[in-house]
Every structure is written in C-alpha cells, then in structure tokens.
Design a protein around this ligand. Structure first.
Ligand SMILES: [Zn+2]
Length: 322
C-alpha cells in the first residue's frame, strides 16, 4: 500500500534554507552578509525565540497540556547587529532568494523592554511558539536552539579543560591550548509505537499531566542499532518483548537540548505488561478505536500528544494505516 509517511509535515523539520556551509569559514563574507539589507536575523535568549506580538509571553505548559496558539518568528534586518554586538552569531544559511539568515544568542541579561525593538515582539516558550511557525521559521529556530544550547554546555575543552572558542560561524568550537576541534553533538532517540494486531501500547510518566499518554522512547546507546535500542527500551519500560519487526517512519530534530527523534512502529511478540516504575508511571494497551478517540479528543479519560511532538505523527501514521 502506498504510504504518505515521507510527505507528512513534521514540526521543527526545516525547509527553504540552504545551509551554504562553504561560507562558514569566510569571516569577511559573513560580516558583509550580516550587514546586508536583505539579511534575516532571529534572536534567542535562554533558548526562547523572539516572536511577533506585543502581548505577554505564554506560561510554559505542563507536558501533555494543550498548547495555546503559537506565533511566528519576529525576523529582524541588519539593525539586529547593533542590539548585542557581543552575542554569539550563528550563520544558518541562505533563503531560496539568496538572503543570508543568522541567529543571535542574547545574554540572559538582555532587556527587551529597554531595547530599540521594545514592543515589537516577545521571547516565547519554544514549544508554544513553534505551533505558529512555518517550516522555515521552526527549522531555523530549532537549529539555533540546538547550537546555542551546545555552546552553553560545552564552553570548555573536554580533552584538556581549557576554555574553547567559537569558530566557523557558530558551528565549531576550537581549543587554543591543545588544538582539539569540537563539533555539535546529536543524541538519537528511538520513539516508537508498539503495536500488536489492532492494539497499541502507550506509556506515561509521573510528571505528565493526568490522562496524557504517549509513545515509549529512549536514547540509542553506544554500540546499538536503532532497532535494538527500540526493543531494549520497550522491554525495560514495559516488559513487552518485540518481534524484531521495526518500521522507520520519519524523524524530527528536537532541540531540548540536542535530540534527533526517530519515529518507529515496532511489533510486539506478546501483550504482557510489567511496568518499571523507575522509568515510567504506567503502560497499557489501547485499541485502535480508543486511540482514534484520544487523538480526536473524544476519549473520556485519556488523550494523546499534541501536533508539535513527533509522537503525535507516529500515532496518526499508524491510525492512517488502519
Ligand atoms: Zn583542549
């Protein structure tokens, strides 16, 4: 049966930008591009993107809570460079029309209300804002957040302990003492819907909003394949053994801080559940109809993940197959 999984629009998956990595090592070109009239600059402070709108930022939501409407990025022009001359500058690439695109990581002390752009935008919770962004905006913001979080956590050389410096337009850190080059890391996460016939296994963590259920997930460990990681996590968290049949659907950059979520459907060999309470609060099987009701908001006591999360799309892909 033909599948439209590859065409499914996954939030935070960017589009419409050429990373143009050959420019990263050309400081003169970067300076000129950053000052050009057609430059597009997004601002980020403490991992929060600057978005359009004068209203107060939304309060961060509990995991599993319905998110308020998102807002698009407030793109600035060449004047952005004057707001925070010392901010870390990241070259994101070029638009299809050739406009250079940058992100600036502002210090936590940056006072928006006292700045020349007061009243034009707000620093918004990332997950909430992303709901109002198109693929270009959300891909740019997700890339910027992941890179800036990496800089924040990797200021010192992991080989010799010396303070490292930012190079290559934000895409590298270099150690002046031992010469080691450091590059951004990605943490692969297997996130899977475990299925058996017409039923699927969902889990929930104690910290989540009551009634919220989602896919099981876990980091791929060194020495493992994605498929092995998926089967191990399912067994560890729920006690359910998998047959080894795994279908890859699609993936999603998830900059909290540096995950790549790998969406899978895996087949269970049995339905016996033994929950490891140190990992999750509960896991249980739901019928296809129950899950369809959860995703449509019709289930009396349970609901599923919001569209910003890849888990939502993994579940919808399985429902579509039915
Ligand atoms: Zn070093």
């Amino acid at each position: 049966m033909p599948s439209d999984d590859a065409q499914r629009a996954i939030p935070l998956v960017g589009a419409g930008i050429d990373r143009a990595a050959h420019h990263r090592r050309d400081p003169a070109w970067l300076d000129k591009a950053f000052a050009s009239d057609n430059v597009r600059v997004l601002l980020m402070r403490d991992g929060l993107p600057l978005v359009e709108g004068a209203g107060p930022p939304a309060t961060p939501q509990a995991i599993g809570a319905a998110l308020p409407p998102g807002r698009p990025i407030l793109w600035l022009g060449p004047q952005a460079g004057m707001l925070a001359p010392k901010a870390t500058r990241l070259f994101l690439g070029e638009t299809e029309k050739g406009s250079p695109v940058f992100a600036l990581n502002l210090a936590g002390s940056f006072n928006l209300d006292a700045s020349p752009i007061a009243g034009l935008g707000v620093f918004e919770d990332f997950r909430i804002a992303a709901g109002g962004m198109d693929a270009f905006d959300s891909g740019a913001a997700a890339t910027a957040r992941a890179i800036f979080e990496w800089h924040r956590r990797h200021g010192y050389c992991s080989v010799c302990g010396e303070q490292s410096r930012v190079e290559e337009a934000g895409w590298k850190r270099a150690c002046p003492e031992c010469g080691t080059e450091h590059f951004p890391r990605i943490d692969p996460v297997a996130i899977m819907l475990v299925v058996r016939g017409d039923r699927a296994l969902l889990g929930r963590q104690a910290a989540w909003r009551p009634g919220f259920w989602s896919c099981l997930a876990g980091f791929v460990e060194p020495g493992e394949t994605i498929e092995q990681a998926a089967a191990r996590e399912v067994l560890e968290e729920s006690g359910v053994r998998c047959t080894g049949a795994v279908k890859y659907l699609f993936c999603q950059p998830w900059p909290f801080p540096s995950s790549l979520m790998i969406g899978l459907i895996v087949e269970a060999a049995s339905e016996d559940v033994t929950v490891d309470k140190t990992e999750i609060e509960d896991a249980r099987w739901f019928s296809r109809q129950e899950i369809a009701d959860m995703m449509a908001g019709r289930h009396p006591e349970a609901f599923g993940p919001m569209p910003v999360a890849i888990a939502h799309h993994v579940i919808m892909a399985w429902l579509d197959q039915g």
